[in-house]
Each structure stands twice: as structure tokens, then as C-alpha cells.
Design a protein around this ligand. Structure first.
Ligand code: ACO
Length: 332
């Protein structure tokens, strides 16, 4: 069986920059509070109504193909990870396929929130290894800004998220020392309501009522402390598991590319793994939490600024709503 190589990476964020001070004009918060608790200084939001996750994904996919030296038309499958799809159905992967003019190739949406990239990586790895597909565009893309509660009630969540997209292009390789080495993913539904959006809900008749809107059930709700506690436990656990299965340890890793939910979470994870600061990628300062896009976005930047390149052993880790979490290991 061939291994699955990361052939190229690309990312795109919309041009509208929203600083912490901008948010402080909408509700009671401060640049100091946000930076101290999360590390975030600013984030990008879509410029106008009508731009969906699939729109942000288009330039990200093109950039990944360009870096890989692969024609976009060679993509034979799309995996689209998002918690903020353009529409409830069909999936954003179908819209992306149409926008890229990719004929009738397979398009799969997955909804695994902040762990979406890792769930997608595990699926893509299996597809490529078995010869099912040869050029898989694994996309993470989110438009959060249209779904946040920009009032004092929703401020704990509203300060965290940003819009953005990123793509990793995957394909087979015979190179001995290259490719995805391992991915582990997990879920624990006992934490489902700790970070969720309750409505609209197909379990309710009707799915959305004025009362639900008045109660702000259509905005994300989060038990931040609980998420923080789980994340700092599960991310090290999962990363050590994949390293252990490969007979490796944290000292072998060239770069940790974690999900960007909170800088303090990632600093604690790095500390638990004994990784020095220069081996950890942070970009939450400028993008906030872009959920399914955050790991490929951070990887794409690291490749572009030279922190990661051919031969680098890269460790991925994520934790998020579900709860879902996981880790992955790849040699570029
Ligand atoms: N600005 C100012 N004050 C605020 C804000 C804000 N934006 N938000 C909350 N506060 C206030 C609270 O009301 C509270 O005030 P009180 O003490 O008077 O009651 C105080 O600040 C402290 O609030 P805490 O919730 O205790 O703050 P905490 O230190 O836990 O930080 C945070 C909150 C940043 C959200 C943190 O819990 C966190 O990062 N959690 C993890 C988030 C995460 O990883 N999410 C998962 C990824 S997302 C996904 O999967 C979709």
C-alpha cells in the first residue's frame, strides 16, 4: 500500500479585520481581557452577506494545488470539514465542487467541529492508501461571524471565533520517509451540550420558533471552563498515543500544529509534552479560532514561512465540541 503524502497546503481569510477594540464597541469587553484569557488580538470576518464557507474554500484549494504543482482538475474527491456550512443541506463540499468546476467527483461534508481536520485526515488517509482516490482536497472552512451573539450575553463565545479556510491536498507516495504516519480520533457525547447550538433543531416541531430566537438558542453556548479542562487533558493524551504507536516521543517532533482555540490551552499542552516554545505554531493572535480551518491554516502558514518543510515531523492535535478530539502525525 502507498502512504498518503501532504502534497500541498493553502489558506485564505477574508479581508475584513476585526480587532478586540472593535468588539469592545459592540459589548462589554476589553482588549486586555481577551488577550489575557485567549491570546487573540484580532480576527477576520467576511466582508458582506452572501459569502459562505465554500466561497472561502475556493482560493484555499487553489493555493494548495499551486503549491503541490497539481492542476485543480486533478482533484478526485473533496472532504469538507465545517460546523458552519453554507446551508443545512446540501453540504458545502457540493457547492465547492461546483465553484471549482470539478464535474461529478465525490464531495463529503463532515461535522466534527474543531476536530474536523483530523477526522477528515483519517478518512482521506484510508481513501488514498486503498487506492480509492489519488488527489483528495481536505478542506476546513468556517464562517462564524454570521452566527455569534455580539451582546454582553454572548461575549464569552463571540470574542473567540474568526472566519477562514484552508486546504491540504493529499495523494499517494512511495517515498519511504514521507506521509501520514498515524491519526487517532475520539468522541465523548456526554459533553455534547457543553458547547453547542441548540436551534434550529430537527428534534423540535417546529424546528425554529420565535421563542427560540428570543431565547437566543440559535447562538453557540459554551461551558468554557469545562472545555478548557478537557482540552488540556485530551490533547496531550492523544498526541502521546500516536507518538507511542510509532515508537516516537515528543523530542522527535519538529513542529506541533495544534488547533487554535486558546493560546493558553496550547501552551499548557506543549508544557505537558515538554516541547519548547519554538516548536509550537500559534496564530490565534491574528485569526482567532477558525475551528475546522485552524490546523490546516496554521500548517499552511508554517510551510510558507519555512518553519515546516520536506522531512519535518509534524504533530497535530485538536479538541472541540462533541466533545471530539484527536491527534495526527505526518512527515512532510
Ligand atoms: N470580556 C470580558 N469579560 C468576560 C468576557 C469577555 N469577552 N467573557 C466572559 N467574561 C467574564 C465572565 O462573565 C466572568 O465574569 P464574573 O467573574 O463576573 O462572572 C469572567 O469574565 C471570567 O469568566 P470565565 O468564563 O471564568 O473566564 P475563563 O477564564 O474561563 O475564560 C474562556 C473564558 C476564554 C472562554 C476559556 O474558558 C476558554 O478558552 N475555554 C476554552 C474554549 C475552547 O477551547 N473552545 C473549544 C473550541 S470551539 C469548538 O469546538 C467549536
Amino acid at each position: 500500500m502507498p502512504k498518503t503524502a501532504i502534497l500541498g497546503t493553502g489558506h485564505y481569510v477574508p479581508s475584513k479585520v476585526v480587532t478586540n477594540d472593535d468588539l469592545a464597541e459592540m459589548f462589554t469587553t476589553s482588549d486586555e481581557w481577551i488577550q489575557q484569557r485567549t491570546g487573540i488580538k484580532k480576527r477576520h470576518f467576511i466582508e458582506e452577506s452572501g459569502i459562505g464557507a465554500s466561497d472561502l474554500a475556493v482560493p484555499a484549494v487553489k493555493a494548495a494545488c499551486e503549491q503541490a504543482g497539481v492542476d485543480v482538475q486533478e482533484i478526485d474527491a473533496i472532504i469538507f470539514a465545517t460546523l458552519s456550512p453554507d446551508y443545512f443541506f446540501p453540504g458545502s463540499g457540493c457547492f465547492l465542487q461546483r465553484k471549482l468546476g470539478l464535474g461529478q467527483i465525490a464531495a463529503l461534508d463532515i461535522r466534527n467541529q474543531c476536530s474536523g481536520f483530523l477526522y477528515g485526515l483519517q478518512i482521506a488517509d484510508a481513501w488514498v492508501r486503498t487506492g480509492m482516490y489519488r488527489r483528495v482536497a481536505l478542506v476546513g472552512a468556517e464562517v462564524h461571524s454570521t452566527g455569534l451573539d455580539f451582546s454582553d450575553e454572548g461575549r464569552d463565545v463571540a470574542v473567540l471565533f474568526g472566519d477562514g479556510a484552508a486546504c491540504v491536498l493529499l495523494g499517494p507516495t512511495d517515498e519511504e520517509d514521507r506521509g501520514v504516519l498515524d491519526v487517532t480520533v475520539h468522541a465523548d457525547g456526554s459533553g455534547a451540550e457543553e458547547l453547542w447550538i441548540e436551534a434550529p433543531s430537527s428534534a423540535h416541531v417546529p424546528r425554529m420558533t420565535q421563542q427560540m430566537l428570543d431565547d437566543k438558542k440559535h447562538y453557540p453556548k459554551m461551558n468554557g471552563k469545562q472545555v478548557f479542562r478537557w482540552a488540556t487533558e485530551k490533547m496531550p493524551e492523544a498526541t502521546l498515543a500516536v507518538l507511542g504507536r510509532q515508537g516516537l516521543g515528543p523530542q522527535d517532533v519538529d513542529l506541533l500544529v495544534p488547533h487554535q482555540a486558546n493560546r493558553r490551552i496550547n501552551e499548557m499542552v506543549a508544557k505537558k509534552l515538554g516541547l519548547p516554545a519554538d516548536k509550537v505554531v500559534h496564530n490565534i493572535e491574528v485569526y482567532g479560532n477558525t475551528t475546522a480551518a485552524s490546523i490546516p491554516l496554521a500548517l499552511s502558514e508554517a510551510v510558507r514561512d519555512g518553519r515546516a518543510g520536506p522531512g519535518s515531523l509534524v504533530l497535530f492535535a485538536a479538541f472541540g465540541s462533541g466533545f471530539t478530539w484527536g491527534a495526527g502525525l505526518a512527515r512532510l
